[in-house]
Design a protein around this ligand. Structure first.
Ligand code: FES
Length: 74
């Protein structure tokens, strides 16, 4: 889905940028140009950012939990 019509940026591109380390709207604006023209996409992009950060945190928590299991310890 296109999130930023002005700059033709999709939700997939936003998520890919976040997989590469972007964690804030400011970084997203600098890297992709999201919300740098009319600004109508700001809240949608921010929602995707928040959702993706939560998903990344959950994945990290699951990974840490699995690695603490006896089968993986030592
Ligand atoms: S839709 Fe993103 S800046 Fe206009």
């Amino acid at each position: 889905m296109i999130v930023c019509v002005c700059n033709n940026i999709s939700d997939r591109e936003i998520r890919q940028a976040m997989d590469l380390g972007i964690t804030s709207m400011e970084e997203l604006r600098d890297a992709l140009g999201v919300a740098t023209c009319c600004g109508q996409c700001f809240s949608c992009a921010e929602d995707i950012l928040t959702e993706q950060l939560a998903a990344q945190a959950a994945a990290t928590e699951i990974k840490e939990t699995v690695l603490k299991r006896p089968a993986f310890a030592n």
